[in-house]
Design a protein. Structure first.
Length: 237
């Protein structure tokens, strides 16, 4: 029987769960014949992303099911702070780490998809029908690279428990917000041919939804980083 006071290792459980999901989904898609010579890498990247997100959900479910992760109400007492109860990469900081890791994966996939557009000549074709589309894609490509690099460094500071992490994380949130807003505004000014009007409306709607989600996320996690006792006691090295 597992001791009740045994500490739950979130990251070990998450990596194990994600790895098993990658293997299971890869075997599944292989058995149903989804992998082809031209789509092998693209489908595998999708499998990794899905596995990473499902792994986070499973791990958080396991974590929440344990008594050691029960939520507490009220203001932490001085005794809790002194005993280190609110110190370390636990609690809601787990979601911060998972979010940063997911951003790296998603940005990497976005870069890969844009690279495919350039390599197969789709950009040249689309630019002839949609003036300015090439500039938007180039902006997204360069911005995704910048966000990926900055996020990777921020995640490094997170695991290092560096005192610089809160500052860089707030800059990360601000950068994501600026990028999402700029992408939405720029895309809204594109002129699509009449036959592609439905696609334009769908793209604008997707950008609007992304902007709303980003604003809400920035407000929630920005306030958390600024106010959290765990953040103040963890990132001190």
């Amino acid at each position: 029987m597992e001791p009740q006071n045994k500490e739950f290792n979130f990251w070990r459980f998450y990596i194990t769960a994600t790895g098993l999901l990658v293997i299971a989904l890869t075997l599944f898609f292989g058995l149903v014949g989804s992998f082809t010579a031209g789509s092998l890498f693209s489908i595998f990247v999708g499998v990794v992303i899905i596995s990473a997100l499902l792994g986070a959900v499973i791990t958080l479910g396991r974590k929440f099911s344990r008594e050691s992760f029960r939520l507490t109400s009220g203001i932490p007492s001085q005794g809790d702070i002194l005993t280190g109860r609110y110190k370390g990469l636990g609690g809601w900081l787990i979601l911060v780490g998972v979010g940063l890791a997911a951003t790296i994966i998603l940005q990497g996939y976005a870069i890969f998809e844009i690279t495919k557009l350039y390599s197969n000549g789709s950009i040249s074709l689309l630019v002839t029908y949609i003036p300015g589309f090439g500039s938007v894609i180039l902006f997204e490509f360069l911005a995704n690279i910048g966000i990926l690099i900055f996020t990777a460094y921020t995640l490094f500071l997170f695991f290092k428990e560096s005192r610089l992490f809160p500052k860089y994380f707030l800059q990360y949130l601000l950068g994501i917000l600026i990028y999402t807003l700029a992408d939405y505004v720029w895309s809204s000014f594109l002129t699509f041919p009449t036959e592609f009007q439905a696609e334009l409306n769908q793209m604008v709607s997707q950008h609007e939804a992304a902007l709303v989600r980003t604003v809400i996320s920035v407000l929630i996690w920005g306030l958390y980083i600024k106010k959290s006792v765990r953040v103040k006691t963890t990132f001190v090295s």
